[in-house]
Design a protein around this ligand. Structure first.
Ligand SMILES: C[S@@+](CC[C@H](N)C(=O)[O-])C[C@H]1O[C@@H](n2cnc3c(N)ncnc32)[C@H](O)[C@@H]1O
Length: 288
């Protein structure tokens, strides 16, 4: 039974981190002329209305995109991300927020391909609507109504062979941590050249789960493993999700260095006390 709806969380600090990393990885793939495949295992609806009742319930975007929307940062990746959000809001008022399929769709060239997987019927309907009306219908995009973990393995290795898979579960089901681990290991075996990006939450009450996922993945000898975490508040049960992380397998050359600059620029825009780590705890850059 799927109850998670991303509309309640769209544009929050976790989306900002995830979507910056996603755009950064796509830029790396775009740097070569050879075509690539992008796979979004948990696609969501594609575009979110920040004026909707869901988004207004906790106004989570106040800790994320609303903070960086007016950014005048010189960082190229942060600028690119903010520019994509501005493109969706031509009247200068922040209302529409692009999900991962929309951000990726804007990057596709003529021979690139995108697979979008989603199970929730309402999210699928949104995704199909947005594909028709906003992302543009074309045969570079395949939408699959199927389980993310099963579907990811079934459609890999993809053609074109170069590419990126974003794994972005809601972790409502605690089995998701185990399924992410098993899927990443199998996916890498089937598709050794694929870049894999996994999002995970930092939850005060379930801290052990993200720690477990990171250490379990680090024992698998996966190449080019990189972990980045963005933390907003000190750990406190009241806050629920106080930050989130991205784990990358096959991180491209110099991606770590570029993300270091982008996340430094990002924490300068977010609330006082936020910080990020790269690779391992102990290298935190804190604002305020
Ligand atoms: C965090 S949201 C995705 C947000 C999206 N990736 C973005 O960044 O815009 C997670 C999505 O996964 C979907 N989902 C949950 N379990 C799934 C499963 N087993 N297979 C496919 N989709 C699933 C949910 O319906 C939800 O839309």
């Amino acid at each position: 039974m799927l109850s998670y709806r991303h509309g309640y969380h769209a544009g929050n600090h976790a989306d900002v981190l995830k979507h910056l990393v996603l755009l950064g990885l796509l830029q790396k793939l775009l740097a070569k002329e050879k075509p690539f495949t992008y796979i979004d295992s948990h696609s969501g609806g594609g575009i979110y209305d920040l004026n909707s009742a869901e988004a207004r319930l906790n106004t989570e975007h106040a800790s994320g995109i609303s903070r960086v929307w007016h950014s005048r940062s010189q960082d190229p990746l942060l600028n690119l991300y903010v520019g994509r959000v501005r493109d969706l809001n031509e009247d200068g008022r922040l209302r529409w927020y692009p999900g991962s399929p929309t951000l990726a769709a804007d990057c596709l060239r003529a021979d690139d391909h995108m697979h979008l997987l989603e199970l929730h019927p309402a999210e699928l309907e949104e995704l199909r609507y947005n594909h028709l009306h906003a992302l543009g219908t074309d045969d570079r995009v395949s939408i699959h109504q199927r389980d993310a973990f099963e579907g990811l393995l079934a459609i890999t290795p993809p053609e074109p062979r170069r590419g990126l898979a974003l794994i972005d579960p809601s972790y409502e089901d605690k089995q998701d941590y185990q399924r992410v681990l098993q899927t990443v290991v199998k996916l890498h075996r089937r598709w050794p050249v694929g870049i894999i990006a996994v999002w995970y939450p930092l939850l005060a009450r379930q801290r052990d789960r993200s720690v477990w996922l990171k250490s379990a993945l680090s024992r698998e000898n996966l190449p080019g493993l990189l972990a980045m975490e963005l933390t907003l508040h000190a750990q406190d049960d009241e806050f629920g999700m106080h930050g989130s992380g991205m784990l990358i397998v096959n991180a491209p050359w110099q991606f770590r260095e570029e993300m270091q600059l982008t996340l430094t620029a990002l924490v300068a825009e977010l609330e006082d006390g936020c910080s990020f780590t790269m690779d391992a705890p102990g290298t935190a850059v804190t604002k305020g």
